[in-house]
Design a protein around this ligand. Structure first.
Ligand SMILES: NC(=O)c1ccc[n+]([C@@H]2O[C@H](COP(=O)([O-])OP(=O)(O)OC[C@H]3O[C@@H](n4cnc5c(N)ncnc54)[C@H](O)[C@@H]3O)[C@@H](O)[C@H]2O)c1
Length: 282
């Protein structure tokens, strides 16, 4: 895969340190890798989608290291971290464990293989990525581990039980890590995007949607309508949030509203969500 080390780019924000982004072949990961590179960071990117990864790398003019890997493969993540460390023209300052997938199915009908796939990518992929880079950060007494959860790490949603479970798990894991890291010089940040216009629904394993519909293309079209935030705006919010040292980064007005709602009506928030979604769909 592509490797360039031309050392371009003024130090800015991350002070020009190397940034690592998983799931960078598409959506938020791609936009974030491109933004961080444009702001002067060498970027190391990975994804299982080699073609998409090549496209992301080709659009980056600074130093870039790209590797095809499955984030749920622990050994592959350890090897990736070692290779990034060897390649990095500047110290590694950030890892964003972003790769994610979903399945749309009721909890009662869900296939165990689908639920395991979601947990393996979304939760174990984050854990493996964290554990691969954390020793490097602890040794240098600096660095940010930024793990992508979701608004579905703040609330449950019908037909998203595995996804919600994985995203609540990312949140619990990352918040625990954050408390452990106090005084270490290393930070852990949880990212909760609202609806972002990416390929997440198109790439989903689909069985049924929350209204009983069985048309994957219709669900993807509806998601594209409801998701208000672009991947570029999401990348900007993540970048600015990390620069500001935020512990929790909410992306989009929907994420802000859901965060407020689930804190105000912690048990019965879904009554409100259902009414709002009905209005948006109409
Ligand atoms: N789009 C949204 O509305 C939204 C909302 C909340 C959270 N998120 C989260 O944001 C993150 C990025 O998703 P996105 O919306 O950009 O979707 P996307 O489908 O456009 O991008 C996800 C990327 O992850 C990669 N990926 C999937 N499985 C992988 C694996 N096993 N190993 C390596 N790479 C893998 C895909 O190939 C893809 O390039 C995900 O964790 C997702 O759950 C998205």
């Amino acid at each position: 895969m592509a490797q360039r080390t031309n050392g371009n780019g003024a130090a800015a924000g991350l002070d020009g340190r190397t940034a690592v982004v998983t799931g960078a072949a598409s959506g938020i990961g791609r936009a974030l890798a491109q933004r961080l590179a444009a702001h002067g960071s060498p970027v190391a990117i990975c994804d299982w989608n080699e073609e998409g990864l090549e496209e992301t790398a080709a659009a980056i003019s600074g130093p870039v290291f790209a590797r095809k890997l499955d984030v749920s493969d622990r050994q592959a993540q350890l090897q990736f971290a070692a290779a990034v460390q060897e390649w990095a023209p500047r110290p590694i300052g950030l890892v964003v464990n972003n790769a994610g997938v979903t399945v749309s199915q009721t909890a009662s009908e869900a296939a165990v293989e689908d639920d395991e796939w979601v947990m393996n990518v979304n939760f174990w992929g984050v854990v493996h990525g964290t554990r691969a880079f954390l020793p490097i950060f602890l040794k240098q007494r600096s660095g940010v581990v930024a793990n992508v959860s979701s608004v579905f790490g703040l609330m449950g949603f019908p037909t998203q039980s595995a996804y919600c479970a994985s995203k609540f798990a990312v949140r619990g894991y990352t918040e625990s890590l954050r408390h452990e890291l106090k005084g270490s010089g290393v930070r852990a940040t949880t990212i909760h995007p609202g609806g972002i216009r990416t390929n997440i629904v198109r790439n989903a394993r689909f069985h049924v949607d929350d209204r009983g519909g069985t048309d994957h293309a219709a669900m993807a079209a509806e998601f594209a309508k409801i998701a208000r935030t672009s991947p570029e705006k999401a990348a900007k919010t993540i970048h600015v949030g990390i620069e500001k040292g935020k512990d929790r980064i909410l992306i989009g007005p929907d994420a802000t509203a859901i965060s407020l709602l689930t804190r105000s009506v912690p048990v019965h928030y879904f009554d409100v969500v259902e009414r709002l979604m009905g209005a948006v769909r109409r």
